[in-house]
Structure formats: C-alpha cells, structure tokens
Ligand binder design. Structure first.
Ligand SMILES: [Zn+2]
Length: 287
C-alpha cells in the first residue's frame, strides 16, 4: 500500500494531467466571471456573485478605457493573470446603432460619427483579442450587441465570431418593461458565445408575439441598454449549473479512477486522500 503522501501526490499529478495548462494555485485563484464594459453595479455580475462566484467588473468607472491601447493592455493583463472561466463583453454600440441613419443628412454629425466609429473599431479589436486569449486557456467568452447593430458586420467581430455560436433573443421574453408604461419592450439582442448550450437556451427566448410592445423613442434607448434582471439570472444560472456539474463530475471521476486503481480499503483513507479535490470544489463555490 503506497503512503498517504504518495497517494496525495499521485492525485495531484492526475489533476495536473487533466488540465495541464493550470497549476492548482491558478485553479484556486482564478476569477469565475469577468464582465467587461459594464457599469459599477451591473446586475449580471451581481447575480453571479449571489451564486457564490468570484467576479470582476471592468469599465470606464474603474479606469479601463477600451477605446485606447492602454486600456486594452490593462484588460489583457487582468485576463492573463486571473484567467476568468467566463468573460462577458458588451462593447459600446453607440457608433453602430440604426438610429445613426437619421443623422446622415448633417455633415457635422456625420464627421462625429466617423470619429466615433474609428474609436469603436479599436474597442472591437480589443474584444477580439480578449476572446482569443480566453479561448486559448479553455475559458468561455460571450459578446453582446443589439441584433441590428452594424458592428456585427465589422471585420473584427466577423473574425471573432468564426468560432462562436450566435443566439438571438428579445428583451420582452425576459420581462424587459418600460418603467412608466409598464409595457414590454421587444428589444432584440444577440450574444455570440463559445458556449453552444447557452446559445441554444437563449434562442428559446424570442418574442412570443402575443402581447403589445412599448415602442422605443430616442429618449428610451439608453434606458433599455441595462439587461433585465431575469436575463441576468438566466445567464448566471446557466453558468453556475455548467460549472457546478463539471466540478462535481470531475471530482467523482477522480474518485472512481483512484478507487479502482489503488484498491483503497476504507472510506476514511479515501476522504483524506481526496481532500485535495474536494477542497478545490469548496473553494470554487464557497467564495
Ligand atoms: Zn414581445
């Protein structure tokens, strides 16, 4: 019978083999969820936090100006250092809105829009680089834009989306309502994601066409940018379930493999040996 320390080292080695890109310390220290281009009090990160995830938020409020290369460098170093399991990006979409069409007759506004588009392309490039980095270590990346935004046709997003699955859905299917009229708002959103299962679930949330909508005016547009609480809960629950199940299955698989291989003769011995795996699971969900 090998010593307990030898068994512990063996288990340690099998974990490393399973995920060679990470050390145990990195697994324990990494962020679960990073929301990019969000406000300080974003509901999506808040819902992830309620489920026990370690979260980070990145936006202008904490000095991440992703219109600039300095902001991009800072964000990439955060992602490299913390390797968030899920990164949710919602780049500013003002330059790509269909509403800009109405400014096309005003030369000054056209020039201002061209300048804004140039800056916004910089931000899309940053998002593309973040998505590639997240994919390189096996994380999940999700990028949201309004469905009608012309950013989807921009080179950087077209290239970033080659390996992603797109899901289209509507705000009304998540109870997005106008605060005064209380009518549902149909706002169409698209999320491109590495998580095909999340995309499949979001696709079920299209407008059911059995209700009246509040028609958005120019004044309402900013107001409708915040994600409805139900949408935040839907996405966070999916991520939590996926991660919880994968970790539970992971520890169980290790347990089965080690039990078969080592022919352990008591549960007590096993509990001591597999403490390492269980501690990782607890760290992940008790933060
Ligand atoms: Zn609807």
């Amino acid at each position: 019978m090998p010593s307990r320390e030898a068994l512990r080292l063996q288990l340690h080695a099998s974990i490393l083999e399973r995920d060679a890109a990470q050390s145990i310390a990195e697994v324990c220290d990494r962020l679960d969820f990073l929301e990019v281009c969000c406000p300080e009090d974003s509901w999506l990160a808040e819902e992830m936090e309620k489920l026990g995830a370690s979260v980070g938020r990145v936006g202008l409020f904490n000095g991440f100006d992703l219109f600039t290369s300095k902001g991009e460098r800072r964000l990439l170093s955060v992602v490299r250092e913390h390797k968030p399991q899920d990164v949710f990006l919602s780049p500013v979409c003002k330059a790509w809105s269909q509403a800009n069409f109405w400014n096309s007759g005003n030369p000054e506004r056209v020039q201002a829009l061209l300048r804004l588009k140039k800056k916004s392309r910089r931000m899309l490039l940053c998002c593309r680089r973040v998505i590639a980095l997240v994919q390189s270590y096996g994380g999940n990346a999700h990028l949201e834009q309004p469905t009608g935004a012309s950013s989807w046709m921009e080179e950087h997003l077209l290239k970033a989306c080659r390996s992603l699955t797109k899901a289209r859905f509507n705000g009304c299917a998540f109870q997005l309502r106008h605060p005064k009229t209380r009518r549902l708002i149909c706002k169409p959103w698209t999320i491109a994601t590495t998580d095909a299962e999340l995309a499949m679930k979001l696709e079920t949330r299209r407008c059911s066409r059995d209700h009246k909508h509040h028609q958005l005016t120019g004044d309402d547009v900013g107001r409708s940018e915040k994600y409805p609480r139900a949408m935040c809960r839907f996405i966070s629950k999916h991520i939590y379930d996926r991660e919880h199940l994968s970790w539970t299955a992971y520890v169980q698989a290790l347990r089965d493999a080690e039990l078969a291989e080592l022919e352990l003769d008591s549960e007590d011995t096993w509990e001591e040996i597999c403490g390492l795996g269980i501690r990782i699971e607890q760290n992940k969900h008790n933060k």
